[in-house]
Design a binder for this molecule. Structure first.
Ligand code: AMP
Length: 440
């Protein structure tokens, strides 16, 4: 049977691959202006990192994890043996839990440290039902801002997210910024209890999953994808009516910072987001066009308890993640594509076999000088090398013929104007660069 990419994965080829690369660069340089530094963590972690970080009762951990087995751990399992917890590994479904693990393990943000900011760009894995905008391997760009408890940090992170989307060509008027506060350990338990009671009171009208959530994690019911459940839950109590004084003040202050910066937002009291670690501010950016039944292109929030949960000192944190594949869909639907592309500058063509070695040497000399060069490796005729040159997108072609070589020259031809000149072998690099970078 033919080998295929696993369900829910895609190959990023051509424009998509370049877009991924350029979008990472765009994010890193945009976020660097706010003091963010790159972090890379392993693609897989101990399963416990995600269980303790994201929460066992979330869909992401409860239903969608990809476990990683080595051959020996698989053999143990088959033999009915138990694995040590450090040998139970999983592909990361998101990055924040791994970053928090790295912070605690490396003591990256000691209690007296100034705010420390991390940016990442990496593939994530969730065993979801694949559909438009929902993949099993997808790519996220994200930011984590550690050590800043003040609401100005929440506003800064949100503003940076919007600025990034605008910088890659997503029009402001196509984006909706939703904000909410999820409260904290003081006020959320009472809210959770009120939602639990609401679910039990409306059990007949809700799906079995939502009813089950009453006992495991009632707030997750707000993430239910069933439209009837959403309809019923629209009359559930709102967390913003039950926030404690400190959470209320924090939320109000975040909004005041956004107002002062003239950032438009919609308050959405049912925005709870699918991960358990959030406290206080949560936010999401949605776009209606181009995403099928999905709408979120990025979102995040504050997670002031996560680092402590991993054994670190109490350290506030907040961050967001952006879905690359969804952004690409939005850009195709309503945006302007602003990513660069990699192209070939010069094609080196050998007139016959006698000049192939010399052509090869010229290509190498040009590449050493920073020129993007393509040449033939299939023993093609000169005519088909010309065709290949046209397809390669090269601006110029260098034609290496035996007669010219005898005179110490090659032909340098513009593929656009067909103008041609003879260039001395010693001058090839200088002439090519002059044509490429100093024309017009
Ligand atoms: P989350 O970590 O669930 O908050 O997701 C952050 C962003 O990642 C979302 O707003 C989406 O843009 C993107 N995303 C999440 N899950 C998927 C998925 N399965 N396929 C593609 N993009 C996703």
């Amino acid at each position: 049977m033919a080998l295929r990419a696993p369900k829910g994965t895609t190959d990023l080829i051509g424009r998509d691959g370049e877009a991924w690369h350029f979008m990472q660069q765009a994010a890193i340089s945009c976020f660097a202006k706010y003091g963010y530094k790159i972090i890379e963590t392993p693609t897989f972690e101990q399963l416990d990192v995600f269980v303790r970080g994201i929460g066992e009762a979330t869909d992401v951990v409860g239903k969608e994890m990809f476990l990683v087995n080595s051959t020996s751990s698989l053999n143990k399992l088959v033999a009915g043996e138990k694995l040590k917890s450090e040998d139970v590994l999983a592909l990361r479904p998101e990055m924040t839990a791994g970053v928090a693990r790295a912070i605690v393990e490396g003591n990256l943000v000691p209690p007296d440290a100034t705010t420390t900011k991390f940016v990442y760009a990496a593939p994530m894995y969730r065993h979801e039902r694949p559909q438009k905008g929902r993949l099993r391997e997808f790519h996220q760009i994200g930011a984590e801002c550690i050590g800043a408890p003040e609401p100005s940090a929440d506003a800064e992170v949100i503003i940076m997210l919007i600025q990034f989307f605008e910088s890659i060509g997503i029009p402001k008027d196509k984006m909706r910024l939703l904000v909410n506060s999820m409260g904290d350990d003081n006020c959320r338990p009472a809210y959770r209890q009120s939602i639990r009671e609401f679910i039990l009171d409306h059990a007949g009208a809700l799906c079995p999953d939502c009813v089950r959530r009453a006992d495991t994690n009632p707030l997750r019911a707000f993430d239910c994808k069933n439209a009837d459940c959403q309809q019923v839950l629209s009359s559930a109590p709102k967390i913003t009516d039950m926030l404690c004084l400190e959470c209320k003040e924090h939320y109000q202050s975040v909004k005041a910072f956004l107002d002062a910066s003239k950032v438009e937002y919609i308050e959405e009291p049912r925005l709870v987001r699918g991960l358990d670690y959030y406290t206080r501010t949560v936010f999401e950016v949605q776009v209606s066009e181009g995403l099928g039944s999905q709408s979120a292109i990025g979102g995040g929030g504050r997670y002031d308890k996560l680092i402590q949960e991993f054994g670190g000192k109490p350290t506030p944190g907040l961050g967001f993640a952006i879905g690359f594949e969804r952004i690409l869909m939005v850009i195709d639907a309503v945006g302007t594509y602003k990513f660069g592309t990699y192209g070939i500058d010069v094609y080196v063509a050998a007139v016959d076999d006698s000049t192939r070695a010399q052509s090869f040497a010229i290509a190498r000399e040009l590449r050493d000088a920073g020129v993007a060069v393509e040449l033939d490796h299939q023993n093609r005729s000169l005519k088909s090398q010309f065709k290949h040159a046209d397809k390669s997108g090269a601006a110029h072609i260098i034609i290496v013929g035996p007669d010219e070589l005898n005179q110490g020259v090659v032909k340098l031809r513009s593929l656009a104007t067909r103008e041609e000149e003879l260039v001395k072998l010693n001058d090839i690099v200088a002439s090519a660069k002059d044509r490429l970078f100093n024309s017009e």
